[in-house]
Design a protein around this ligand. Structure first.
Ligand code: 13P
Length: 345
């Protein structure tokens, strides 16, 4: 393990004003996204979509520090034959790879999942390093039960998922790949923001205990957490200041200062909401780590709709991606105001 290299990559991933593009949707998930624009999901249509994003300037050079890829994408080439990973590195950005194989039902635990993908991971990581990946991602899924149901998440679910995350992270570091550890507390449900805080705290405390037990060096990791936020169907949803406040408080209580940076997932927030929350956190608190974005939907929803799968819309799709990347880059500096959406559109 080359700790200096790991730390250097981790710091570059959270460089000031930059964040990560999560373009690692599985074939099933990207199929659902394409269905919303009536586009068939084929290897070529998936390539065209991602090629359009990776060729977008100045977004890629100025705002996107790294791109999380899916297994198919890291092996694909652009229409002119250039490997997609080369488009990313030519822009000064870093290719990364999703290595988990998805969340599967957790045995004996109704409504809960365990993320799989540890079998053969050592060999897959060596292969991905050769293909250019310098960081990886593994997503654990923690559901919150309906209001009044304290049984979900169970301690069993949290323990097994955080144990797997730490096993993944240790293997990544052995392969000189920076692990993004992503314990996602899911936003779906009618739970309060306080319940989200409690579950996020429980998950993060368990995660850092497991990372310690398994010898993972925090200086060579990135955390990708959910924000502390009300459930999507909650009756009284907390406002942006409360989300920022409780998220910062939760992270400050759980995440060691040695972690080089924190890059949030958007998790079903609207794109403007996700940007606003990030900016509030960066603008109002004195924090031991940089906070930035590692958004999937919140970066891609707008360009996807504008592009619509049509070659004649590539320039407009890229303009939409440039806009969201710029807004989020400003949010990573705490300099975004919602009024900018119109001013820069
Ligand atoms: P969202 O920002 O759409 O939640 O996706 C980020 C991600 O990588 C989830 O694993």
């Amino acid at each position: 393990m080359d700790l200096d290299q790991l730390n250097e990559i981790a710091c570059a991933m959270v460089a000031p004003g930059k964040g990560i593009l999560a373009a690692d949707e599985s074939t099933g998930t990207i199929g659902k996204r394409f269905a919303s624009i009536n586009l068939d999901s084929t290897p070529d249509s998936r390539r065209d979509w991602r090629e359009m994003l990776f060729r977008t300037e100045p977004a890629m050079s100025d705002r996107i520090s790294g791109v999380i890829l899916y297994d198919e994408t890291i092996r694909q080439s652009a229409q002119d034959g250039t490997p997609l990973t080369k488009l990313i590195t030519d822009a000064g950005s870093i290719p990364g790879i999703k290595v988990d194989t998805g969340a599967k039902p957790l045995a004996g635990a109704e409504g809960e999942t365990i993320t799989e993908g540890l079998d053969g991971l050592r060999d897959r990581l060596a292969d991905y390093y050769e293909l250019g990946a310098r960081f990886a991602k593994w997503r654990a899924v923690i559901n919150i039960g309906a209001k009044g149901d304290e049984a979900v998440p169970s301690q069993y679910c949290i323990n097994t998922n955080m144990h797997a995350l730490a096993r993944y992270a240790a293997l990544c570091q052995e392969a000189n790949i920076v692990p993004i550890v992503e314990p996602e507390v899911i936003m779906d449900g009618d739970h309060s923001i306080e319940r989200c805080y409690e579950v996020t705290e429980f998950s993060l405390k368990t995660l850092y205990r497991e990372l310690f037990d398994q010898g993972v060096v925090l200086e060579g990791t990135i955390l990708k957490p959910n924000m502390v936020i009300s459930g999507t169907q909650a009756a009284d949803r907390a406002g942006p200041e409360e989300v920022a406040d409780m998220t910062v408080q939760c992270l400050a209580n759980c995440v060691p200062a040695a972690v080089p940076g924190i890059a949030f997932l958007s998790g079903g927030q609207s794109d403007e909401e996700a940007t606003h929350h990030l900016s509030l956190m960066n603008g109002s608190y004195d924090l031991p780590w940089p906070l930035t974005f590692s958004y999937g939907r919140a970066l891609q929803a707008a360009p996807l709709q504008v592009w619509g799968g049509k070659a004649e819309n590539v320039a407009a799709g890229q303009a939409a991606f440039n806009h969201r990347a710029k807004m989020n880059g400003l949010a990573a500096l705490g300099e975004y105001e919602p009024e900018m959406e119109k001013e820069f559109a």
